[in-house]
Design a protein around this ligand. Structure first.
Ligand SMILES: N=c1c2ncn([C@@H]3O[C@H](COP(=O)(O)OP(=O)(O)OP(=O)(O)O)[C@@H](O)[C@H]3O)c2ncn1[C@@H]1O[C@H](COP(=O)(O)O)[C@@H](O)[C@H]1O
Length: 108
């Protein structure tokens, strides 16, 4: 498996395992206990921070903020009863079509 695949696999399993754990000892358990709106808000905030870092050209900050985005995205997916595995399947599907075809399929 690729380096990113392995990292996201470990992250996904860890987040899923934290569901129902003590919110005092696990940030993930705390976030999941607060519901999907809170997880969505955090993802939005981290996304903006990553965008600002990228726009500034601050590579180190962009990498750190990107890790936060992926983590909070994985938590939001878990809060919605799904995971990055479903996103991987969608990316695999899109790999078989061009960007132009993908855009056209969304309009129809
Ligand atoms: N990748 C992450 C990760 N990235 C960011 N964060 C946390 O996300 C939080 C974001 O920081 P903020 O200052 O925005 O949030 P905050 O003010 O603490 O919290 P809010 O009150 O806003 O909710 C920080 O507390 C970070 O520690 C993460 N927490 C956990 N993980 C992964 O999840 C695993 C399980 O973590 P726990 O659930 O804490 O055991 C860890 O081993 C990591 O692999």
């Amino acid at each position: 498996m690729s380096r990113i695949g392995e990292a996201l696999d470990v992250l996904t399993a860890r987040i899923h395992a934290r569901r129902g754990d003590d919110p005092e000892t696990s940030y993930t358990a705390k976030l999941l206990s607060q519901g999907r709106e809170k997880a969505a808000k955090k993802l939005g905030e981290e996304g903006v921070e990553a965008a600002i870092a990228g726009a500034k050209g601050d590579r180190a900050e962009l990498i750190a903020e990107s890790a936060d985005v992926l983590y909070h995205l994985a938590v939001l997916l878990e809060a919605n009863g799904t995971s990055l595995n479903a996103v991987a399947a969608e990316l695999d599907r899109r790999a078989g079509v061009s960007g132009i075809e993908e855009k056209a399929s969304r309009k129809s």
